[in-house]
Write a protein that binds this ligand. Sequence first.
Ligand SMILES: C=Cc1ccc(O)c(OC)c1
Length: 170
Amino acid sequence: MDIIKDLNEFLGGHFLYTYDNGWNYEMYVKNKNTIDYRIHTGMVGGRWVRDQEVDIVKIVDGVFKICWTEPTGTDVSLDFIPNENKLHGVIFFPKWVHERPDITVCFQNDHIALMEESREKYETYPKYVVPEFGKIFFKKNEGQNNEKVIAEAPREGMIEEMLSGELSFS
Ligand SMILES: C=Cc1ccc(O)c(OC)c1
């Protein structure tokens, strides 16, 4: 990925990054209102999601915000600065996700009803807020609406395969 300026250059972006708390996340910016993602390590490592509806805007040249609310009730706001291999994320977890992350570790698309039931059944407050900077260590434009990028569960060795090019999607 070259130096990017406008939203059209950010769309299709595929990023691997590590938050300063050690959590490894993978984001695919599928199109102007959709993301797919995998969580490789951290409190909810193993979780993956396709076709999450989001809001994406360009803040200034080279700075992009993605925010959304999930079926679990978790809210997320991310500011990507790809030219500096940097981002800042804030995740607002309902109390129950912090206490029972295991319930949310799955391919969420197959368990939407369980997420919606859980957010009613368990406690929301106080929320567990996680604000962290992160370092982007892989970035590639895979084209928009590429269904191959996030198409399997996160697994051991997958990040290494993406870094080496053994696993690629475009
Ligand atoms: C809760 C989801 C979530 C939180 C932080 C992230 O960086 C992310 O990227 C795909 C997803």
